[in-house]
Design a protein around this ligand. Structure first.
Ligand SMILES: Cc1cc2nc3c(=O)[nH]c(=O)nc-3n(C[C@H](O)[C@H](O)[C@H](O)COP(=O)(O)OP(=O)(O)OC[C@H]3O[C@@H](n4cnc5c(N)ncnc54)[C@H](O)[C@@H]3O)c2cc1C
Length: 372
């Protein structure tokens, strides 16, 4: 987002709660819609990303016993002009940060709220500082503090699944370059391995879990995983054995129902703060990149900030709602519906066939037309 804004000569600054820039998400899949958005924000960046990651050409599905169930070629590049790209968060972060002057990223700033009036918005941080600005974009994730001040809809909803992820340097005869191996069991457990190139593998595991309890420390996280996947075939046992407990990210899978509105005067939301989704389709970050481009274009073309935010929200809501609901449907997720009519309308929109949905999702082209 900040790159897109600074390209418009907007003096955008980042306020981040972390003490240092540390990759916490392990690895992720970048998909045609997200890659196309990044490319318009920063021409040439997808070439750099592709040389840093691994383009998936084949998916292999196995039982937990190791038996091969099926294989599928990945032809996104041929169909949509961009691949399925697996990349380490650290590399994505470095590539994006290298496009920004370092002094615009203010670490150790946890936003705790804001006040706004017609003149501007004042943002408060937990280090007793405040910052005045013309516009506040809450890109502060699933537990967004900006969203709490703006909407106040409380905690995210636990989706009944726990997840664990890590990136390690690792090789195994079953894990091939440019391929993804996924293992699954009838009790809902899954374990996936994603080649990231340069000798790195991203693994990701999930189980159904009635409670979204977090383990007390890294050693307990690793023991919990080894217990849950004790009878699974290789390479599960070996990869868990060699993964450093400190590198495992344990997270309850959460989302929220789609919002009716997520902007007010000079404040808006972006990415997970606006439309968090369960990660079945790998779209959380990809849709955040779409948001970033569209918000920058609305700011570029509108007569004032308020109009720009209205245009941004009107443009983004229909698409992100369908993706949120589609993820939820595939995860057999039921919201506590406080607006059943609204949600059932969204459900219908999300009931496209798999092929129709894939085409709609990946054929997304970042718009360069003007919004006024
Ligand atoms: C298991 C799993 C796998 C996933 N796989 C994929 C995938 O393959 N592809 C994909 O596109 N998406 C994937 N996602 C989703 C993706 O990780 C998120 O959708 C994406 O990171 C959202 O980006 P964001 O910038 O909105 O929020 P975040 O990435 O959460 O970033 C928010 C930032 O704000 C900071 N912050 C938070 N609160 C405050 C505060 N109060 N003050 C200041 N700073 C604050 C945080 O430290 C963080 O740096 C996955 C998610 C999970 C759980």
């Amino acid at each position: 987002m900040v790159i897109a804004l600074r390209n418009l000569d907007i003096n955008a600054q980042v306020y981040e709660k972390a003490h240092c820039l540390r990759p916490v998400g392990a690895g992720l899949s970048l998909l045609p819609n997200g890659l196309n958005s990044l490319e318009v924000i920063s021409p040439g960046i997808t070439k750099t990303l592709k040389s840093a990651g691994s383009q998936t050409h084949k998916l292999n599905l196995h039982k937990s016993t190791g038996e091969l169930i099926g294989q599928k070629s990945v032809t996104l590049q041929e169909k949509y002009g961009q691949p399925m790209l697996q990349i380490r968060w650290s590399q994505l972060q470095d590539i994006l940060a290298s496009q920004l002057p370092p002094d615009i990223i203010h670490l150790d700033h946890r936003c705790i709220g804001f006040n706004q009036n017609h003149q501007g918005v004042e943002v408060s941080f937990d280090n007793n500082t405040t910052v005045k600005a013309d516009l506040l974009i809450g890109a502060d994730g699933l537990n967004s503090a900006v969203r709490q001040t703006l909407i106040g809809d409380g905690e995210p909803c636990y989706a009944g699944r726990m997840s664990w992820r890590a990136v390690i340097r690792y090789s195994h005869p079953k894990l091939l370059a440019n391929e993804v191996m996924s293992m699954t069991a009838p009790d809902g457990k899954i374990f996936g391995f994603f080649d990231l190139g340069s000798g790195y593998v991203f693994w990701s595991a999930a189980t159904l879990c009635p409670e979204g309890n977090i383990s007390p420390n890294p050693t307990a996280i690793k023991s919990r995983l080894q217990e849950k996947f004790a009878d699974w075939a290789e390479p599960v046992q070996e990869i868990l054995q060699v993964t450093n407990p400190e590198d495992i990210v344990e997270r309850p899978i959460c989302d929220r129902p789609p919002l009716e509105n997520w902007s007010q005067s000079r404040v808006t939301l972006l990415g997970d703060a606006a439309h968090p989704m369960v990660p079945l389709l790998g779209q959380g970050a990809n849709t955040a990149f779409e948001d970033a481009w569209e918000l920058s274009q609305c700011l570029r073309h509108a007569v004032n900030i308020e109009t720009a935010l209205t245009n941004y929200e009107n443009s983004r809501k229909p698409r992100t709602q369908v993706i949120q609901i589609r993820n939820a449907v595939q995860a057999k997720r039921a919201y506590e519906a406080d607006s059943e009519t609204y949600l059932s309308k969204m459900m219908q929109q999300a009931q496209l066939s798999d092929t129709e949905f894939e085409q709609w999702l990946y054929n997304y082209q970042p718009s360069v037309t003007s919004h006024s």
